[in-house]
Unconditional design. Sequence first.
Length: 317
Amino acid sequence: MRAVQITEFGGPEVLTVTEVPDPVPGENELLITVDRAGVNYADTHQVEDSYLASPTLPMIPGGEVVGTTADGRRVAAIIGGGGYAEKAVINKHMAFDVPDGVDDVSAVALLIQGMTAWYLLKRTTHFQPGESIVVHAAAGGVGSLSVQLAKSMGAGRIIATASTQDKRDLAVSLGADVAIDPATPDLDKAIIEANGGKRVDVVLEMTGGRVTDESLKALAPFGRLAFYGMASREEPKPVAPAALMSYSTTISGFWLAHAFRNPPVLHQAFAELAAEVKAGKLKVISGGEYALSDVRTAHEDLRARRTSGKLVVNPGK
């Protein structure tokens, strides 16, 4: 089969389309024909070996797929790797049935990005109706879904950030009350001003560097910041535990991999998200479909922040 494989770590240039043997399913596994594979920031970190877990080479990237089993069952699945390929092996316990009315791009988006948004709001920050929230990278995959979910959960005020006017307009169209540029000087003051002069209750942050630093300074008493990525590749400043007492602040980290230990909750999350999509209450923004041979471009576009919404690879192209 055709697949994208890397034999050395690096940037998008190490992604190479090649012929490899078909994967063979083991016990409790299913072989599927891949219709779409998702492209995530985590993939770019994995390819350059800067992710939380170091992969073994050679490697086929891609942690989420939607496809069809031999008996015609349409499923979406989170996998450890192997998604950028014509076929993939998935754990049958991590296979989520995709209902009619949910297209391939939406099904893939509800996996890592949709479930991340669901967990960040419902399990990590315990977001409550009436609270204010800042969603950074609000035009991206997780961000665009988080804005909509926060709205449906009764957010008091949603403040989005995005790097271009078009992306900020998109965030507002999805339900944000206001959208600001994260490059704004004194971002903490801009956030507070956007919240009517009040500090904010919750921040969902995946940028790193000064965005994290200044977001922390904008938190209200008992405010919570959930850190789930570092797209800028810049570490935030260290935080002294004693400093958290000033506003009774909570900082939490989130990695979806830890949720894999509880498949029933994952199935609950996917079912709830899919039902929202099917009912037209949750909109997945398609960020572009790339052929296997164009996967380097997909990674370049993602790293350069030229995209909005969900990016996918189509192995059939």
